[in-house]
Design a protein around this ligand. Structure first.
Ligand code: ADP
Ligand code: MG
Length: 140
């Protein structure tokens, strides 16, 4: 299996509870390496653009409000089959459905404030990485 990259966000509910390190530790323990990382306040424009695929969903407005409610940590993760590895480490979107040992089972507050984002395909990973990082900010 090839070494690939994926995009991760530690969401405002997690930064608010000082869980940046705890979440990153779980990602590292899952075999992922942080090759880029920055803590930012997402603008409304960035959040709307990033979640554009969900613009017709009823929770879109609330999601944009949540994602701009506090700092987030955007990261590029590298590892074997990184997209799937990260999604497995994250667990199901709704923490009520998340498996034991996953980040969302351990830390998510609810289906919206669910602590982490992870790309769902290689193609989206490339798009999402480019949305937040220049090439020279990624050091593998
Ligand atoms: P995932 O983050 O697991 O890929 P989705 O892409 O379906 O999940 O949704 C994006 C984000 O939108 C979720 O992580 C969560 O923060 C929020 N969200 C998803 N479904 C709901 C919902 N029913 N109500 C409120 N927020 C939701
Ligand atoms: Mg998704």
């Amino acid at each position: 299996m090839a070494t690939t990259r994926t995009f991760s966000i530690i969401k405002p509910d997690a930064t608010r509870r000082n869980l940046t390190g705890a979440v990153t530790k779980m990602l590292e323990e899952a075999g992922l390496r942080v090759v880029a990382s920055k803590r930012i306040m997402m603008t409304e424009e960035q959040a709307k653009g990033f979640y554009e695929v969900h613009k017709d969903r009823p929770f879109y407005g609330e999601l944009v409000t949540f994602m701009t409610s506090g700092p987030v940590v955007v990261q590029v993760l590298e590892g074997e089959d990184a997209v799937k590895r990260n999604r497995d480490a994250m667990g199901a979107t709704n923490p009520a459905d998340a498996a034991e040992g996953t980040i969302r089972k351990a830390y998510a507050e609810n289906i919206e404030a669910n602590s982490v984002h992870g790309s769902d395909s290689e193609e989206n990973a490339a798009t999402e990485i480019a949305f937040f990082f220049n090439k020279d900010e990624i050091v593998g």
